[in-house]
Design a protein around this ligand. Structure first.
Ligand code: ZN
Ligand code: ZN
Length: 338
């Protein structure tokens, strides 16, 4: 069948040849597009909301909605990778397809008037403005600075770096060193909850949460949460006193302490909750630890010799070579991890 308009070429769409069809449907753009791009990150704002990633895809859909023609039974599809932003000229160039129920035709290149702005996004504003929603206060149980604070801080910083790559709202706003610890200011409220839980799950510690009204946001009260984390910073060999018993700290676990009853050298676990309830006290003095040479081992005991004065002692357990033993009132006890 020949084209109903020109009568020369073969009819391919709606009874017309391609040229005649494209000529008579007269695709035009209506209105204009306003696009804001954050120069610091890849965020963009199209309409009222900021978003990230797949800008061409969103832009194509938006442009397609601005296309119209005289022919009612067609739809338009803007090609994602054809979108070119011309900021200075104030337009966006693009290629598009015209779709009918019969087939798809490539339209002639078009452009739409556009206002393309460069503006820092809310997240980048937050980061540069020292914005924060939560604080983790790292301290120790004895209120003294200890290397365990640096260890936890470096773990949190590492985790935050990864989290920021997936969600830019997760960021470290500020690290405030203090005499007795460090305050970590977090950009996202939920990160405070996350890290407080992480520390609690991995370190023997006590957490106190406080909230403070920080203003109103989107019609409701906005609170800032502070997580005061006290990390246990006692060394193995510390004396821990229960109600009627004295123990020697052997090992710190995430949720319990392994302690030794020095009278019979039995091991016990003190659970974190029991310890935090205040039934135990500790002194900061560690028992004297000395180096010994194992002379012999037999049954469940070993004979050890003091490196300095060559005195011999008997300790529980089978050992060889050199060991360290703690002096508890003249009795020598070997901690198991040594
Ligand atoms: Zn024709
Ligand atoms: Zn940004």
């Amino acid at each position: 069948m020949k084209c109903i308009i020109c009568g020369k070429r073969e009819a391919v769409i709606h009874g017309q040849c391609e040229q005649c069809f494209l000529e008579h449907i007269q695709v035009t753009t209506k209105g204009s597009i306003e696009l804001t791009i954050c120069p610091k990150c890849d965020a963009f704002k199209l309409g009222n909301n900021w978003s990230r990633g797949k800008m061409e895809q969103q832009l194509s859909r938006k442009i397609a909605a601005h296309l119209e023609s005289k022919e009612p039974n067609v739809s338009f599809e803007v090609e994602n990778n054809s979108v070119v932003l011309r900021r200075i000229e104030g337009k966006i160039e693009f290629l598009f397809d015209i779709k009918t129920d019969e087939q798809k035709l490539e339209g002639n290149p078009l452009n739409i008037p556009s206002k393309i702005l460069l503006n820092s996004c809310p997240t980048c504003n937050k980061i540069s403005g020292s914005y924060y929603e939560a604080i983790i206060q790292l301290r120790t149980l004895t209120a003294e600075y200890s290397p365990i604070i640096d260890k936890v801080l470096s773990e949190i910083s590492g985790m935050l770096q990864k989290m920021h790559n997936n969600d830019t709202d997760s960021f470290l706003s500020k690290i405030q060193p203090m005499k007795e610890g460090v305050d970590i200011y977090l950009g996202k409220k939920n990160d405070g909850i996350k890290f407080a839980k992480y520390i609690h799950d991995h370190y023997f510690s006590e957490t106190t949460t406080t909230k403070k009204l920080a203003g109103r946001r989107e019609g409701s009260d906005f609170y800032r949460y502070t997580y005061l984390v006290r990390l246990l910073n006692l060394n193995p060999g510390t004396i821990i006193r229960g109600k009627d018993k004295t123990f020697i700290l052997e090992k710190i676990n995430a949720n319990s302490l392994t302690v030794i009853d020095p009278t019979n050298e039995k091991r016990y676990d003190i659970l974190q909750n029991d310890f935090n309830s205040g039934s135990y006290s500790y002194s900061q003095e560690n028992l004297e630890s000395r180096k010994f040479i194992v002379v012999s081992t037999e049954g469940k005991e070993s004979t050890i010799m003091d490196n300095e004065n060559f005195k011999l002692y008997t300790v529980k357990g089978n050992y060889e070579g050199e060991i360290h033993a703690l002096n508890y009132n003249g009795k020598y006890i070997v901690l198991s991890h040594q």
